[in-house]
Write a protein that binds this ligand. Sequence first.
Ligand code: SF4
Length: 248
Amino acid sequence: MSDDALTGTSQAARAARAARAGEILEALFPAPAIPLDHGDPFQLLVAVVLSAQTTDARVNQVTPALFARAATPAAMAALSEREILGFIRSCGLAPAKAKNLRALARLITERHGGEVPRSFEALEALPGVGHKTASVVMAQAFGVPAFPVDTHIHRLAGRWGLSRARTVEEVERDLKALYPPARWNALHLQIIHFGRAHCPARGHDPDACPICAWAMSPAQRRRERAAGRLPAARARATLGGRARSAPR
Ligand code: SF4
């Protein structure tokens, strides 16, 4: 595949970028670990709910004590909101999460026989569980193909020219169309691991990146530079003794 076939906005070029990015991600992260520590589907669900606006590292710090006290839906439902809050206070949005965790534990106990339901519809009916959380649980707890898209995956899909969509729902639709279902669950994790390994919050350098170096379009580079996320154009050539900026 020539680099020329990878540029452009045609569906063929987008599919070629997706395929090459997928190969690189597979080579870099052949067995991507699930970042949230858990022992079963319920504990994964709790951890994913806690991860909203909170780092996975922070969630992994608070869940061992929480699960030691309440490892099952019935045990979690038996705690008061205040008791749950005491375990998760260092997470963002802790009061709302404590309320939701108690309510979802109660619903799982009463409506689902104490088992986390295995459907998007039933999961999304639980308090504090949106489509992304349900997708993570379906993918990582039950092995059902899903492609959870968070803001980081949204941003990388845009930089790699895989989706120009504005909402995470539309990005999910675009990524699902580019990859076979058998790859969705791993790709979600691989993109997360890639972002953590390669994407600083600011000041990234596409030329040093294993994917952006060939996938990021000139137009996207201009947008990134205008947003102050790229280093200033570097001197690439000297003409008549004067440094000339790299083309933008
Ligand atoms: S250039 Fe590297 S750091 Fe910047 S978005 Fe691409 S992958 Fe992330």
